[in-house]
Every structure is written in C-alpha cells, then in structure tokens.
Design a binder for this molecule. Structure first.
Ligand code: ADP
Ligand code: MG
Length: 727
C-alpha cells in the first residue's frame, strides 16, 4: 500500500516536540556572535580602519580600496576563526528572496597545495553570472553582466559555513537590478531632504535615518502533511480545500497559549536570530489557526530589511528541524486571515523621532510639519504606494474583503486629526512673548499619545503614536519595495515644501509663520487621504472614488503607477531611479505576476486531472454499483426511488462537478498557452488576471464541492482541519 493522507496525519500527530537547543544563560552572551559587528571589529581591525568603517555605516562615507583591503583581511580571519570555509556576496534580486553564490576561501595553487584568500577586491565587487535573473531588458543576454558591490552599512554575517557580505546588484551600465540599490539611494535622499527642513527648527549637522520595524506573520504546517499537498509545495498556497467546520470564528487563537511544539520552534528561531544580531522582541499567535507573528525592535531601514530577509531564510531551516514547514505566502488558506508584514516606518535622527509629538510648541509644529508632508506625499502617490506592495499573492489580501483594503488612506486618530483641523481654522498668530515663541492657536498635542489606544485596524497607513504603520505590505515581500517608495515620495515632498517655505520667507514672512502657513496649506491640499472610518465598508469605496483615490484592484493595472508621469518625475527629481530603471522593474513585475498565476493554473490542472477527479469517479462507481444492486432488491419503482433517490442525486452531482472541473481545467490550460504566446508583458499579465484567475476560482468551487461529497477515506489531500489544527 502506498503512503496515504492518513499515514501523514498519524505521523504529524505522533511527532514529539524537538527541544530547542538550550541557549547560553543570557542573550547578551551570544547576541550578534555571527556578525562582523563593532565588538568583533575591535578584535580584528585597527582603530583607524574601524573609524573609517563607522563613518561609512553612520554617514554613508565611501570607503577607499586601502581600507577595504584591511577590512577584508580582518573579516577573513574572523570568519575562519568562526569555522567558515566559504564567502558569498549576498544580494536581493527582483525575483524575491536573496541570492548567493558561494566561493571557497581556498585558493589551490602549485602542486596540490592551497592557501586561503580573500582580498579587498573580492570584498568590494564581484560579477556573478547574472543572466538568469530578470532584468526587464536592462541587459541583453550576450552582455549578461551584473555586478555585486559591497554595502558596508549592513554588517557581514555568517550563515552555516559561509561568510555573507550584503551587496547591491547593478548592471554593467549602472542600473539597479535589485531591491537594495534603490533603497540606499532613497535613504540618502530622505536624509538630505529632511535635514534641510530640520534647519528651520534649529537642528543642524545631525544625520537623519529612516527607521523600520517590521512584524512578520506566518503559518506553520506539519511537514508530513505539507509533503502531501502539491499545491502548497509548488504555489505556497492551497488551491483547493473546503473550509473546516471550525476555523477562526471562536477567535480563540489570537494571543492564545502557544502550542508546545510551536514554542520550541520559536525559541530555536529566536536563538538563531540573536546569534545573527536580529533584535527579536515579540512572538505571539495570530488570528488564524496555526498563524503566528515574530517582530523585532525597529532599526535603520536598510539593516532592518536585511535582517528580515535573513529571518525568512532562517525560519525555513529551523522549521524543518522541528518537523514544520513555514508558509510566508500572503494567503495560504481561503476563508481565514492571510499574512501581512506591517512596516512601522518613521524618520528621525539618532536622538529625535520626528514623528513624535513634542513637549514644546516648536516641537509640535515640527511634528505637524513632517506629518503633513508625509500625508501629502501619500496622497499624491497613493496609487504608486499601492503598486509597491501589489503582487499576485498579496492581491488575495488587498481588496479581497480583508485587511487592509486596496485603497490607500491614512488614519490619524482623534487627537492628531483635531490638531490639524484646528490648524486649518486659525490664522491669527499671537505672539506670547519670549524669543520665538508663538501661540500656534492649537492645543498641545498630549504627550500620552504614544500609549493612545485609539486604533483602527482597517487602515492601510495608520499613525500609531510615533510612526506610521503601513499594513498593506505582504508577508513574503521584501519591504524595500514599499520603504523605497515611502522614502522617495516623502523626500520629494519635503524638497517642494522647503522651496515653498523659502519663498514665503523671501516674501517677508518669519520662519515660524512661513512653516505654519505652508504646513496648513500642505495639510489642506491632502485632507482627502485622511479617513478614520471603516475601510472595509462599501460606503468607503464609493467615497474614496469621489475623493479621487486610486481604487484599482487588478495587480497588473496597479503597476502602471510605476510609469506615470508623476512617478517618473518624482524618482528622477530625487535621484532614486531613472525612467529606464522604472520601466525595467515594471516589466519584471508583470512577468513575475504572469509566471505566478501560470504556475497556479498548471498545478490546479494537475490536481484536477490526476488527483481529485480519479478519486471522485471511483467513489461515483461505488455508488453506481450500490444503486444498481438496490434496484435488484427494490423492484417496485416507487420503493426504489424512496431508498435510492439520495444516492442517485449524489451520483448526478459528482457527474456535474467532475465534468465541469475537467472541461474548465482543459480550457484554462489552453488559455495559458495562448496568453504565453503574446509579446507584451503587460498584456500577458492583464490577461492572466482577467481570464485565468477566474478559472482558478471557479474550478476550485467544483473541487471543493467534491471534497464535501466524496468518502473521507478516499480523499487524497490533507484537509483544512488537518493542515490547520495539527501542531
Ligand atoms: P503592534 O501593536 O502594532 O503589534 P508591535 O509592538 O508588535 O506593535 O510592533 C511594533 C513595531 O514598531 C516594532 O518593531 C517596534 O520596534 C516598531 N517601532 C516602534 N517605534 C518605532 C518608530 N519610531 N519607528 C519605526 N518603528 C517603530
Ligand atoms: Mg502592528
């Protein structure tokens, strides 16, 4: 007998928790021990070299080749002391995830001898064969050259036996081929634009950062059950599966007691994260069964994003050790919550959070100034911001009756909203004596705001006390896509704001008055982005349309926002990407969208033809057999009808569902072939969305109906109740 779903269930239930490796007594004993951090540098680098590296990390100063040579030597010694044998340039291609090509330190020479080599040049730059990464036409194949270049602002680390060096990935002609290069440019741009505006507030020579604290949601499923689900293996989500009788309606999972086996996994995961210097802070159950969350303390965005990518890789290996598979897909299961990755984003100096309301009136004006500019940027670019998080998998969350809606709006809460509304209504500037102290005519924004429980879970871009929480980012995403857009549009808006304030000052206004007036007008111009109500309601969809906010839900059409005149102008003004790079990126988005949907279509066609229909027709024959035998016993027609009508109806239902599913699966595959032959990537993606996605949904309806009819003993695929409740 072959291995069945029941063997998998039995195995899953019987799996004992694997005890997490007991960590050393205190986290501080091993925190960051796999990272080439300051503590390590003190041991392996001279103080001169260290100084240069710190400057590069903190202020983006370029390192010269001499220093790189020193760093490479120290890094190599450290890595080898830690038992590493290989090194890799670790980069973030647009396919998602991370890429690495491991090279050995060993450099064989002469007659059977070898020495370990790692030079400054190898640290700084490499040329991986990049032809198999998507380039959106930036590199034609015969010129398949891409370079990886060291990013010293994110420290090297060791994973397994390999020294990983964070790098950007760029083409031969200098265009970005990855997520990190534009992110770094956007960080520099927002730092500069913010610093300029900060001068009005008497803050100079302070370096400005964009900060990010992500919250990673994920599902766990038992490894044996996973192995029996071709759809989860190939597409990371269930393409079929009827809801289980109980799912999340009792709301008993959220913040509930963490199951033992999961807890051991989490402890192990945190242990691995701490060794990599990832400052994990929080773990808890999420809303759906078998759904969980892990979140660190916020960091500088570039570092936070590298840490998130490291985490996503580590999660997979640690989960396997515990007999789990981790699912980072945004919607692995229909009918229950999907997974997001909230991006808590803010700007500030090392000491001052610019999105925290302050104690003095000037600090409050500063807060209102930056907040108004952020709102204006989001308002002007709401379609672009949505495009930055739209993917085939995330579109199951956005706009699909789930958090958050596919319309970008911002929740401010009553206190900040009323501060802005007051600002709109006051024109009289009352001097209340002292140096530059003005009464702003608005109430002090209370300090307890940070603990304000005034929360709105439906808002995609919510102010939460000292930051904005962008909730539309998908759980599998590289947050760079969203953070780069945020940094870029806010930098652009701050540059415009500065020009406007300067011209008010040139016209004779005082600095404070100019700031106040320009902030008021900035807010006035973008009030329509603010919405504190229920983002899921149909009334909001209508209202948002009236306000001119982008309401598109089709991912391929959302991507058009990357190429709008406004976007190109903004990106070029800020210097983050040029039109060619934006075009390439958008082509790749369309290409990836189409590929994802095509994979789902092929897997579903296979499940239909080779897994579900054969079992359904086998069950149907059993029923047919039974009915014809009954006919021999119940010879009188009326009597026969009375006992057999139910079964006959089931036989007919099976016939209807199987024939429909079969016909539609065939038609869907033909459509895939036809669409694939099209030339234009945009058109392909649009047709995959408009034509193939509806097939995925309607075929599923027939297959899920069959699941409810066919004998449970015969059903080949682990069911939702098994996938979601065994842990
Ligand atoms: P929630 O209540 O939204 O679940 P969590 O505490 O789980 O909140 O996560 C909030 C995240 O926001 C954490 O990563 C936290 O470090 C981060 N965060 C807090 N303050 C800031 C800030 N000023 N800028 C960016 N991120 C921040
Ligand atoms: Mg949150």
């Amino acid at each position: 007998m072959s291995y069945t779903r029941f063997d998998a269930v039995e195995e899953a239930f019987a799996r004992p928790p694997v005890k997490a490796v007991p960590p050393a007594p205190a986290t501080s004993d091993y925190f960051g021990c796999y990272v080439f951090n300051r503590k390590t540098m003190r041991k392996y680098l001279s103080s001169d070299t260290r100084q240069k590296v710190y400057e590069s990390i903190e202020q983006g100063v370029t390192l010269n080749r001499d220093v790189a040579e020193q760093v490479a030597a120290g890094m190599k010694r450290w890595a080898m002391d830690m038992g590493a044998t290989h090194y890799t340039h670790w980069f973030q291609p647009l396919t998602g995830g991370t890429a690495e090509k491991h090279d050995s330190f060993a450099e064989p020479y002469g007659k059977g001898e070898s020495l370990e080599e790692f030079t400054g040049k190898l640290l700084c730059q490499q040329e991986p064969d990049a032809s198999s990464f998507p380039s959106g036409g930036l590199r034609n194949t015969f010129e398949a050259r891409g370079y990886t270049a060291w990013d010293p602002s994110s420290p090297a680390f060791i994973m397994g036996d390999t020294l990983c060096i964070p790098t950007v990935f760029i083409s031969y002609t200098g265009e970005a081929l990855d997520y990190k290069a534009p992110l770094l440019k956007s960080e520099a741009a927002i730092a500069k634009a913010t610093s300029e505006v900060l001068k009005y507030f008497g803050i100079e020579n302070e370096f400005v950062y964009s900060f990010l604290g992500w919250e990673q949601e994920y599902f766990l499923v038992d490894a044996s059950l996973y192995a029996m689900r071709p759809d989860i293996i190939m597409a990371e989500r269930t393409l079929v599966g009827h809801n289980s009788a109980r799912n999340q309606q009792l709301e008993d999972h959220y913040f509930g007691c963490i199951p033992g086996r999961v807890l051991e996994f989490m402890k192990d995961l945190e242990f691995e994260c701490y060794k990599l210097g990832i400052p994990i802070k929080t773990r808890h159950n999420e809303v759906a069964p078998n759904q969980f969350e892990i979140a660190p303390v916020y960091e500088q965005a570039n570092l936070a994003i590298d840490h998130n990518l490291e985490l996503m890789a580590v999660m997979k290996t640690v989960a396997e050790k515990h007999g789990f598979k981790v699912l980072l897909h945004e919607k692995p299961f229909a009918g229950i919550n999907g997974s997001g990755k909230h991006c808590n984003w803010s700007i500030g100096t090392a000491d001052i959070g610019l999105l925290s309301p302050g104690k003095t009136e000037m600090e409050n004006l500063r807060f209102l100034t930056f907040t108004a500019n952020i709102l204006k940027a989001v308002y002007d670019n709401n379609a672009l911001l949505k495009a930055s998080v739209m993917t085939a998998s995330n579109s199951h969350r956005l706009g699909a009756n789930e958090a958050p809606p596919a319309i970008i709006s911002s929740f401010l809460g009553t206190q900040v909203s009323s501060a802005f509304e007051e600002l709109l209504n006051t024109n009289d500037m009352v001097r209340i004596g002292g140096k530059s102290s003005y009464s702003l005519g608005i109430p002090q924004v209370p300090e307890l705001l940070i603990d304000n429980t005034d929360r709105n879970r439906t808002s995609p871009f919510a102010f939460t006390g000292n930051r904005f929480e962008f909730r539309a980012v998908g759980s599998s995403a590289n947050c760079s896509s969203a953070v780069t857009v945020l940094n870029t549009i806010v930098a652009n808006q701050l540059m415009r704001f500065k020009d406007a304030v300067d011209s008010r000052i040139a016209d004779g206004a005082s600095v404070v008055q100019a700031l106040l007036d320009e902030t008021r007008e900035t807010y006035r111009a973008c009030r329509d982005i603010c919405f504190d109500g229920n983002g899921y309601s149909d009334e909001w969809k209508e209202e948002a349309k009236r306000r001119g906010l982008d309401c598109e839900t089709s991912a391929p059409l959302c991507y058009d926002a990357f190429l709008s005149e406004n976007t190109v102008r903004t990106y070029e003004a800020v210097g983050v990407m040029n039109e060619v790079e934006l075009k390439a990126r958008t082509e790749i988005n369309w290409e990836i969208y189409s590929k994802k949907i095509e994979i789902e279509a092929r897997v579903l066609a296979d499940l239909t033809a080779n897994h579900i229909l054969p079992v359904s027709t086998r069950y149907q024959s059993i029923l047919l057999d039974n009915v014809s035998k009954m006919k021999e016993i119940f010879t009188e027609e009326k009597e026969f009808q009375q006992v057999a009508a139910g079964e006959i109806q089931i036989i007919k239902d099976i016939a209807m569902h199987t024939s429909e599913a079969r016909a539609q699966a065939v038609a869907m595959e033909e459509e895939c072939d036809r669409i694939n032959a099209l030339d234009c990537e945009r058109e392909k993606a649009v047709q995959f969305h408009d034509i193939v996605v509806p097939y995925l949904e309607s075929i599923r309806e027939h297959l899920d109906a069959l699941e409810m009819i066919v004998d449970d003993d015969m059903w080949p695929l682990p069911k939702y109740r098994e996938l979601l409740f065994i842990r």
